[in-house]
Design a protein around this ligand. Structure first.
Ligand code: NAP
Length: 283
């Protein structure tokens, strides 16, 4: 598996396995087990996904040495703030049955980001987390956080796919040494993603599926990617992307699919900020 080196020297697989929207314990555990059997060595979960226990049990059951698996989880907004963040971190560790995390992310750029970040910095210094980072931060929020804190985020996980390519965000992350990670690499299938004519045609040339072309395009931009699937053949297909390379011409053609618009929502939309506060309060 190819890796990227984070800004603190920690290496992370460039492709991992995401488990958003897999709340069922058995389905999640079996899917993670299948992913590990298929060669994945990085798992992305979050306390908000309510499946950390299943992920932890799959890791244990797999028998793969702990230091060969890169585990990421995230702090949810309801637990933001210095004290609450520390408490939530220990709950995640317990759920996952681990003694340390590889990567811990602030899931959203809202609420007491600074207090939470201080908690993460301390846990990092204590050796309980190998790298700390953020998710869904637009460049202004990201550069604010890294400019006024001791430890810079190692990574920012943001929606990134052929329809929303994040070229400007990417440039800022490269400039400040923050690794770009893609979520929703298939836009969760929206806008007839898997039937896209350009991707279908490019896939034909390489004898690869639309999903594989989409993942390869992200990897060739040096972006970490964490596709989700609960379908065994797709889990296998999504990691089978290291035996071909898209030409510069194909990379350019795919660049033209960018709409520079989220397929979900904009984290800068005030209505969404209010919505997140309601979610944080359990409303
Ligand atoms: P995604 O990976 O873009 O899409 C998942 C969808 O694509 C599922 O419906 C899956 O179906 C289907 N699929 C997967 N592989 C396929 C293939 N080879 N051919 C056809 N269909 C395929 O969406 P996502 O789960 O939102 O994003 C990936 C990961 O990013 C998440 O699991 C999570 O870890 C992370 N994420 C983070 C955030 C954040 O705020 N930080 C937000 C969203 C996601 P089946 O499962 O039925 O096979």
């Amino acid at each position: 598996m190819e890796t990227v080196k984070l800004n603190n020297g920690v290496e992370m697989p460039i492709l991992g396995y995401g488990v958003f929207q897999v709340p069922d314990y058995e389905e999640c555990k079996n899917s993670v087990l299948h992913a590990l059997k298929s060669g994945y060595r990085s798992i992305d979960t979050a306390q908000a996904y309510a499946n950390e226990k299943a992920v932890g049990d799959a890791i244990k059951e797999s028998g793969i040495p702990r230091d060969e698996i890169f585990v990421t989880t995230k702090l949810w907004v309801s637990d933001y703030g210095y004290e609450a963040a520390k408490k939530a971190f220990h709950i995640s560790l317990e759920n996952l049955k681990l003694d340390h995390l590889d990567l811990y992310l602030l899931h959203q750029p809202f609420g007491d980001v600074y207090g939470s970040w201080r908690a993460l910095e301390e846990l990092y210094k204590e050796g309980k987390i190998r790298a700390i980072g953020v998710s869904n931060f637009f460049p202004d929020r990201l550069v604010d956080l890294l400019s006024f804190n001791e430890i810079s985020p190692a990574l920012n996980q943001i929606e990134t796919n052929v329809f929303y390519q994040r070229e400007e965000d990417h440039k800022v992350m490269v400039e400040f040494g923050v690794q770009h990670e893609s979520w929703a690499p298939f836009a969760e299938g929206k806008s007839e993603f898997f039937e896209n004519e350009l991707l279908v045609n490019i896939g034909r040339k390489y004898r690869k599926s639309v999903a594989q072309v989409a993942l390869r395009w992200i990897i060739q931009r040096d972006i970490v990617v964490i596709p989700k699937s609960v379908t065994p053949e797709r889990i296998e297909q999504n990691i089978d992307v290291f035996d071909f390379e898209l030409s510069q011409e194909d990379m350019k053609a795919i660049a033209a699919l960018d709409t520079n618009t989220s397929k979900f929502f904009d984290h800068r939309d005030p209505k969404m900020v209010v919505q997140f506060r309601k979610w944080a309060e359990g409303l």
